[in-house]
Design a protein around this ligand. Sequence first.
Ligand code: F0G
Length: 464
Amino acid sequence: MSFNPKTIIEPFRIKSVEPIRQTTREEREVALARASFNLFKLPARDVLIDLLTDSGTGAMSSAQWAGMMRGDESYAGADSFYRFENSVRGITGLRHVIPTHQGRAAERILFGTMLKPGDIVPNNTHFDTTRANVEACGATALDIPIAEARQPGTVHPFKGSMDLEQLDRVLTTSRDKVPLVMMTVTNNSGGGQPVSLENLRAVSRRCREARVPLFLDACRFAENSWFIREREDGYHDKSPREIAGMMFAEVDGATMSAKKDGMANIGGFLAMQDDELARRCRDNLILTEGFPTYGGLAGYDLEAIAVGLEEALDEDYLRYRIRTVAYLADRLRQVGIAMVEPPGGHALYLDARAMLPHIPVLEYPAVALSCALYLEGGIRSVEIGSLMFGRQPDGTEKPAAMELVRLAFPRRVYTQSHVDYLAEAIIYVNERRDRLRGLRIRSEPPALRHFTAELEPIGGTLLA
Ligand code: F0G
């Protein structure tokens, strides 16, 4: 019998390192007040472990850096573009590949081309920029995940899936107002949860019958492929690449942030089958992003993405990636910490409403928890709750479906001892949770307020 290790190791060794800086609790207290209790406003140098986002924060491979050296910076028709296009086409099978500087640029161009005021875009759950881009066109962003998606503690293998009855309803009653349907894989705002191939196929069938194009928000397509392989019958012996191919075969197009499963620090794309739509999107691209063979990116960025998309589908990488989050979840579950179950692909989502029942939702319990994790452990996370989603287009405030703190893991950046430290710090804060106080907003901008809002703890102090 051969050695069959239980430990899943980081499938890389480290060639280049970057120091992280320890700070004292007193220093962090000052930094937090200076940042108006909004972790987006913290200087990164004051953060020890930065789990604000998995977007653009990954470590590139030596192969990606080598690719960057061959970056062709020709304005039009650069070799780098053709390598990028080949890689995207090879994985997605989509004919038209339009580079953009990141995911939201692809969203803006797609929606700006397809939507008009009064339209409705159904999605399992819109990410915040996706929602904002839909709403900026005067259209309605309709979230229709399955009911389990809104129950943090309920275990379901494909909590990212779309509610088919609700989709049927909107396609029956308002077909003329639905220019496209979107499906986000994995469902980021819903907890990093995957969508099953069965559900994607059912949605695709309905969209074809209604003659509505279906687009994938494909940011984390590789992680979604891994979950299908692990959890859905019939795919255990398929490669992540084959499964990704099956996912893309169901859709008419995709928006992508290459800052996630493109393993790059910047970039994205818009891809589709339809010739006429592609022509209109390219016209729109030229207006603000650049010529269609670079779309706001350098040639070397296109190279990094071309290589990164392939690396994201590597089995050893995906096994390590998904295990990292599950390992942290195991540690926290042992002491009864509430979180979105099962843990997501790129992130673990703490359930602040369950952990802090004494803080009313409009006093932002998830903001309080994320501030406490910074204060005690130097950890930066992000609130996904009523600060992010509470303000409605009509100006009223409504509690979000969940109050979550997302701990998002940059790709290939942190090791197991970092994760052990995280578990220790979260458990320490959890033991003091009764002392945590809510916050009020001191000032906020008209849209996407969570990025810049200024807050203060009610009663003057975060921990009573
Ligand atoms: N769609 C999803 C599902 C996302 O998670 C993001 C970004 C975008 C679209 C927009 O892409 O940032 O390249 O413009 N999510 C990041 C996050 C910012 O932290 O989850 P982008």
